[in-house]
Design a protein around this ligand. Sequence first.
Ligand code: G1P
Length: 227
Amino acid sequence: MAAKHKDRLLDMVKSTTDIGVNLFFVRQPYPNGLGDAVRLAKSFVADEPFVVMLGDDLMSDKVPLTKQLINEYEDTHSSILAVKRVPHEEVSAYGVIDPSDEVKPGLFNVSRFVEKPAVEDAPSDLAIIGRYLLTPEIFGILDNLKPGKGGEVQLTDAIDKLNETQRVFAHEFTGDRYDVGNKFGFVQTTIEYGLTHPEVKDKLRPYLEELGKRLLADDKGAKAPKK
Ligand code: G1P
């Protein structure tokens, strides 16, 4: 890139490599649940609090959600996970908390963490979204945890157990969440991020406006009575 004077691209690559971040991978070679996947990362974490970020949940807010969790941890020295209110009929797609009291606005003590409850059994509409800050004691629990919902080792179940011996807080996230783990969410997220992205927004907006007009015209055409 340097030889070809592609300076802007070169700067972009450097910005990701010059900051001294090392990436290490461990692969879960079989599907056995989020709890099992986290357990496999034990040797990276050693005996320190750590963050779990689910890559198919994108969050957008002025202060990044993970930083919000870290700020709370600095006050409480307790595990904490992010929750967001979802429409009641959608709760069975998530881990759900049973909040016992609101310690301060948006920070909950929790009496139960339930993985993917039936809609009629859900203790609240506060769904666990993909950001967790956990103390290392979670690993001892995961090591001995029996499979839960779907026959898989569930992180939510381990957190529910951890909460018996150490407080685990829930922090309500009020920013935007994008779920790219389903096909519609993936397309929607791509469009919404594109609308603010400096490289494509100027083309994308007029394109979508034009597309919207075409779709409306098609609808009207379809509804017009045949002569
Ligand atoms: C996982 C967790 C669930 C959580 C969800 C957030 O489920 O098991 O508790 O609410 O992520 O996206 P998954 O979406 O992997 O089925």
